[in-house]
Design a protein around this ligand. Sequence first.
Ligand SMILES: C[S@@+](CC[C@H](N)C(=O)[O-])C[C@H]1O[C@@H](n2cnc3c(N)ncnc32)[C@H](O)[C@@H]1O
Length: 368
Amino acid sequence: MIISIKPWLELAQQPDLTPSMMRVGESFAGLELSSDAEADEFRTSYRSYGPSASINGLEQGKRMEFYHKPIMSAEILSAMAPVRGKQIFDGTLGGGGHSELLLSEGAHVIGCDQDRDALEHAKARLESYGDQFLTVRGNFESIDSLLAQVGVEEVDGILLDLGVSSKQLDNPERGFSFRFDGPLDMRMDDRAEFSARDLVNEWSVDEMTRIFREYGEERHAFRAAKAIEKAREKGAINRTSELVDIVSRVIPKISKKNPATRVFQAIRIAVNRELEVLENALEKSIDHLATGGVLSILTFHSLEDRIVKHFMRRLSTPFLDRPEWPAPRENPEYCLHLPQRRAIVPSKEEVESNPRARSAKLRVAVKL
Ligand SMILES: C[S@@+](CC[C@H](N)C(=O)[O-])C[C@H]1O[C@@H](n2cnc3c(N)ncnc32)[C@H](O)[C@@H]1O
């Protein structure tokens, strides 16, 4: 439910309104919150934005106040123990939700994002933390040079909350979503040269089939790729809605999901080289974690989680053994301790109040 802007603004402007006053079923200025999820979203937003609080991405003037609801906040706080004096690199700043939690506990945060809009938004939102909060624009794949830019060698924590933010997904102009018509873009960094439009118009059927199958786990990958090839013979494919039409004609709708979902996900992963970037970042991150430092990676895709799992297992195994060796040998890469071998998943309550949390998996490792 999207509440119309006028009563919402009247509500938000009530000078003595505090988050605890807002409960489901209570009415302010003629407005009633209809669910726990909406009340929760309002309270979170109110804590960050005060009188400009919003829900459901409601626009105030031209500015979207709601950016991204941080996922598994409690679990991340408990893993990172962000006390005063600690310095944490948040490689996926986004709306600044996780960073704010870390800052409010006293930690210093270096916030990084490759998205210009995210960085500007978070800078403004977290301005009050002064020099406790630094920002750098770039790809966390280059964590080494990003830290060098701010004169830091080692940090006590590295946080990556992978993928795109709600704000990026919900902005038609960014072209990430099959739900809105917009240009076929999908670049998180608008300085990058390669976009979804290039992929869809230039890649071979084989290349598209591979990514639809591997990154999207799309059973009809070949059919979708062939349909794109056929469609582009008539002219370039430029809009998200065109791509939705093309693939929806050949991918059967078997659930509530839009048939284009998996193709869009695969293209986004390929355009932003998300898996390769993650692998590179993990390898480099270890060199910049202080002893006792915590690596926390939040993934939303099985391929991402597999990369993180294998990386953490590889570096947390003290001895290696092979049938041809007379005895186990020390693992030269051994430098991590895993407080928990299994991935941590969000609570049922969190998934209910924020469906975007449903596929989240958090893996944590501590540098030895
Ligand atoms: C899921 S959001 C993060 C939300 C954030 N944790 C919060 O609480 O608001 C992911 C953000 O990371 C950024 N991002 C994704 N991959 C990146 C990369 N390789 N380098 C830098 N930023 C990246 C995206 O642009 C996006 O803003």
